[in-house]
Design a protein around this ligand. Sequence first.
Ligand code: A2P
Length: 317
Amino acid sequence: MKTYPLSNGDQMPALGLGTWKSEPGEVYKAIRTAISVGYRHFDCAYIYQNEVEIGAALNDAIMTGEVNREELWITSKLWNTHHHEAEVKECLNITLKSLQLDYLDLYLIHWPVAHRKDVIFPQDASGLISLSDIPLEDTWRGMESVQSAGLTKHIGVSNFSVKKIKQVNLSATQKIEVNQVELHPLLQQKELLQFCKEENIVVTAYSPLGSRDRAAQMKADNEPDLFEIPIIKKIAEKHGYSPAQILVAWAVNRDTVVIPKSTNEGRLKQNQEAANIKLSSDEMDSINSLDKHFRYVTGEFFALPGSDYTVSNLWDE
Ligand code: A2P
């Protein structure tokens, strides 16, 4: 498995298992299966509301001697309710308890969006807190302290633009090491990738398969289907792979981490195998020509009337 070095030389595995939308009741089995077929990297978050079950699976795999903690790479994310510097640790401690771990490999600020503490999903502007009241730099200081305390080995962000990374890094003691964003052939974010490369920031691709199992209210009408793109299908057919495998392979071939979600044994294996597929430069070029800057996860749910969050200032575009 390809890995990417972080600043202290630790290696982050190129393929991880996404756990967003992995339901309680099925995620335990998915994690155990994933470990048995060779996954060592798991991408979690407080807000996915399944960390207790993931923790049980990780712990059982460790107790049976199938893996040891040091072989695993576990990422989780700070929810928007805990952006105050002093509250970062509280959210991380809940995650650590759920996952039955005493440290994470990577902890990310999930969104550049702050909520009131009791508001998991804001329904109106009153549930949001302006970034001028809790600047991202304050949240980052909280991230630096949990890292110094040994609760996570690495810290990073998710859904951050170049502008927001620069803003945080300006006053950071420990610079951002990872940025996790939506990436697939219809949303290639080449400038963001180039910037992150120059800054030694590892980029993780979420929703690499188009996140087709999102809740209906998060979906637009007539969304494009990545599996039906003729260029993807053609490359897949030529090699005898599935379109999903070409999408995973493309992400790894362009030097990003990729975290496809599956709870199905056959598809877990397919995705694992795909991380080792080498695409030719012609194949990469033809996929690289598909960019449309199309987001499946638009962030519209944070752009609530009366707040100062807009889709435009969320992505800085
Ligand atoms: P399932 O969990 O039943 O395998 P994303 O990672 O972009 O969020 O996409 C996840 C969606 O893609 C889920 O619906 C998942 O279904 C499906 N999926 C994951 N791997 C594959 C694959 N190899 N082939 C087809 N669909 C897949």
